[in-house]
Ligand binder design. Sequence first.
Ligand SMILES: [Zn+2]
Length: 517
Amino acid sequence: MSLDETISARTTRFVESTLTSDATAVRAHLTSQRVAVTLDPAVGGTFAGQMILFTLLNLLVRLELYAPQLEDTLPEVEHHSVLRLLDSCPFPRALERFFAPVPAAHRLRISTTPVECDAPTLRIVVGPQPIAGALTVWCAGWVSYLNAEAPFRVGDANSVGACVAADFAAAEVFKRLIAGLPLRPGLKVLPMDRLVFSAYDYQLSPGPNPPLPTAIDVDGVVVVGLGGIGAGFVTAASALPGLAGLLTLVDKDLLDQTNLNRLLYARPGDTGFKVHLSRRALSFHTEVDARVEWFDEFTAARGSQHDLIVVGVDKDLVRRAIQHSMPRLIFNGGTSDTASFQLTRHDYLHGACLACIATEEVDDYPVERELARQLGLDLDTVLQYLKSGEPLPVTLLRERGILTELDIERLGDRPLAEIQARVCAQLPLGTEKQQEAVSISFLSALPGFLLLGEVIKERSYPGAPRTPLNETANHLLLSLLGRPSQVLLGDWWQKAPGCDCLRPAYQRNYQRKWGKP
Ligand SMILES: [Zn+2]
């Protein structure tokens, strides 16, 4: 397999889980299109302008075999010194150097004079003023703007805001480029004509927007999992004004070429452990402890007195282990196979704990869970019918709608034990578990950017009301092919029945460890 095919492997899985067209046809469709990206010269020297442009190109170039032709026009300015992943040289050259090792870089043309580009599919302008016929993207502090009049704040340097704005723009580019291609059933692509999104309070309007302190307190913060989500966290953190205190990174994985579609700070040619590459991206800060360990090895070596754990792992088994180690606070991110992601906050006492929501691969009832999955029922229903021995009504199977009428007639109105025997003997075992995670650059990066935002909000504004995620909004869900929905940006998830976190003895343990929150 060639390098660009290897880098694109996970993106191909994303494309296949989203679109019904053959992946090769999707590639041809996307690569034939031209996207003109311009940095407004009026803001060419600013942090926001440069960080949005750099991140946007970084996300789009990593589409690799699915990347459109990118025509980038920007002014000849010095690169902003806080964009630490770039070499110190004029900004256009710094971008060229950064992207040079990436195979798709040959489809990125960087120019300081407007290019004669006949009829681009899409025009993107990085700047605060909406321009007719283009998609404009900007951020002011914590707030992202797409096609919306934005304030210009001199000296504003909020890497979370800039990365989030760039991510929404990259998703928007992708949505517009796949317009017209047939989607998998149940999926919807909804382009956005306009967006205002605050990473500070998750409102779809500008509100409170405090500046970042010059040094973000990360003392006692542990990031577990430096895959796509963790890499988003690290990439945005690499462009913060400064860090203070000990930041710990935990992951035993080596960089693999298939990770390069979403590890925004890594490029072909990089090798080694993800935690070491992450520490290199944060080399401006001396107190980064890179632990080449799985989480259980980490707690065995370092104990479990951790104030704040940021979770970027994709295994529920590890999520549960993290919750069981009882940190004071957990911020967790996870992506789905259908272009959405969730962000959750857990302090153990209020609402769902991380174990309440991380229920995949739970060791209890594996057979019954599998049976439930194949019949389209929930585990409780299966356990109830197994216990009672009552026949499982055909109406129930029909209601769930995942079996054919033939299977429903064959299996329905029988005790579940009998159905189980028949299912095991005759039905194919449903869709196989996926070998590799579905991923695309802008999907895994955004939860990582927002998790960094959560850490900053947690630590930087004592005295100010804590905006979501907080003790009344512990769950955020966002679809990157759809539009943000205000209701889903600040949802509340209750504790799951039967979870340890409901037991007073466990709650007292937490309180003894951390005091009453
Ligand atoms: Zn729980």
